[in-house]
Design a protein around this ligand. Structure first.
Ligand code: FRU
Length: 487
């Protein structure tokens, strides 16, 4: 494809395959200096179709190199979502001298002969750092007699009980299984009945420990929920906090009573975390699919469709006595910054005047200000177009308003303003706003509230302005960075 960088709406610093369709991130694993990102991919078309695993690698989680397709459909069906691990001790017996990669994924068989859609879990392995894959001849390794929706296995090594654990979506719950070798799986427990949000099929679960400030670890479970026509929000991801002993997940009191969303925008779905990040690094790294099943097949891009969110670091912080999952963009993004403006103790009025000639399509805005007043930015501004991102001190909410952001008529529920309540933790509020050719991501107050939204402005809509409820107020600091060098 010619001049791929400038395909319409293709982002400068968010991953998309060179062409055609992408949805969920799959099989993210770190091995021998490379971060692997696999993903649901239809290599023959720009809408969802027979699923393959596409593949990209990166050394810094920002610049990705696309590699040939890793897994293609076979006699058991197409290749749905799943995970990958490093089999350090050759528990599977697939490897000789060196440890290698094992992918655990869902085979989806909806061929006309089958009297119902069959989903089961299968394995593939790679001895050459993910470049080529062999499907296990004993596939599938796990089936279910009753669940029609039985998919998206996420596997991790549980050190205290020296076993592999699989969390897999089962209709409206998740099931946990355990295994010594990735091939023989024993049922451990089921979670989800009567707890959490259930209007939509449960998909793409994840389960991992996160250390609290006290160093005590708690377990976080992510569960994505499919689109339900009754809700304008479409598909989204909820989370639970609790404890896990290798067999059973026990949610804490708050998780029992309250639904907690990972993101308050519309376009962060099916996200899960990286496997095998070295202990010396220790981060829990997450990426999501930046779209929504409500309109994913209709977005106005040509030749490609689907992008990932920024890679984010997940943490657990105590906010007003409650453990809360926070998300921050990875620090690797900072290496791509080209500073365009930098102000300290500037009044809003003057900052606005000094932004008049700034034109940016792909940028980061990093601002700190007194949370007692309302402040916002208009980004991707052009004739009749703007996307508004800010803080409302009266309602204690941050928001992204894409009502006038550009193309929106491809779906009736696309246009709108998305809000997240925020209890500001210090005197100053920090907002980080990442804008790209077709996206906006807002990280507020150290990532305790996040809003991820797609937008489709004209390429020429590149203005930026700042505004406040009182434009004599002082902004503590404001930095604007061009991030288009990746494009
Ligand atoms: C989530 C999902 C998964 C499934 C995949 C199919 O977006 O529906 O449950 O494995 O997409 O592409």
């Amino acid at each position: 494809m010619s001049n791929i960088k400038h395909q319409n709406y293709r982002n400068a610093y968010h991953y998309s395959p060179r062409e055609n369709w992408m949805n969920d991130p799959n099989g993210m694993v770190y091995f021998k200096g490379e971060y692997h990102l696999f993903y649901q991919h239809h290599p023959m078309g720009t809408t969802w179709g027979p699923m393959h695993w596409g593949h990209a690698v990166s050394k810094d989680l920002v610049s990705w190199e696309e590699l040939p397709i890793a897994l293609a459909p076979d006699e058991h069906g197409t290749i749905f979502s799943g995970s990958a691990v490093v089999d350090w001790n050759n528990s599977s017996g697939f490897f000789d001298q060196e440890p290698g990669l094992v992918a655990i994924f869902t085979h989806h068989d909806d061929s006309p002969g089958a009297n119902r859609i069959v989903q089961c879990q299968s394995l593939a392995y790679s001895k050459d750092n993910g470049r080529t894959w062999t499907k296990y001849e004993g596939n599938p390794v796990l089936r279910h007699d009753t669940y029609v929706d039985f998919r998206d296995p996420k596997v991790f090594w549980h050190e205290p009980s020296s076993q592999w654990v699989m969390i897999v979506a089962c209709g409206q719950t998740v099931c946990l299984y355990r295994s010594p070798n990735l091939m023989d799986w024993t049922f451990a427990s089921e979670f989800g009945e009567g707890i959490g949000f259930h209007d939509g099929v449960w998909e793409c679960p994840d389960l991992f420990p996160l250390a609290m400030e006290s160093n005590e670890a708690r377990w976080v479970m992510l569960v994505s929920i499919g689109d339900d026509p009754a809700y304008v929000e479409g598909s989204r991801t909820q989370y639970f906090i609790g404890d896990f002993d290798g067999m059973t997940f026990k949610p804490d009191e708050r998780s029992k009573g309250e639904i907690r969303w990972l993101d308050y925008g519309r376009d962060n779905y099916a996200g899960v975390s990286w496997s095998d990040i070295p202990t010396a690094d220790g981060r829990r790294l997450f990426i999501g699919w930046m779209s929504n099943w409500k309109y994913a097949n209709l977005t106005p891009t040509d030749g490609w469709r689907g992008a990932m969110t920024l890679v984010r670091e997940l943490k657990l912080e105590t906010l007003e006595g409650e453990a809360t999952v926070t998300q921050q963009p990875i620090r690797e993004m900072e290496a791509y910054r080209n500073e365009v403006r930098s102000f300290h103790d500037v009044i809003v009025d003057e900052a606005a005047a000094r932004l008049v000639d700034v034109r940016l399509e792909s940028c980061e805005i990093h601002v700190r200000f007194d949370a007692a007043f309302s402040l916002g930015f208009k980004v991707r501004v052009g004739p009749g177009q703007e996307t508004v991102v800010g803080w409302d001190a009266k309602t204690n909410e941050v928001y992204v308003d894409r009502t006038r952001s550009g193309l929106a008529d491809f779906h009736k529920d696309f246009s709108g303003k998305h809000l997240a309540s925020l209890r500001v933790t210090g005197a100053l509020l920090e907002l980080r706003i990442f804008v790209d050719r077709s996206s906006v991501e807002l990280f507020a107050d150290r990532g305790q509230a996040v809003i991820t939204d797609l937008i489709y402005p004209d390429p020429a809509s590149t203005g930026i302005t700042v505004f406040a409820d009182d434009d004599r107020k002082v902004i503590e600091s404001l930095h604007i960075y061009d991030l288009s060098s990746r494009g």
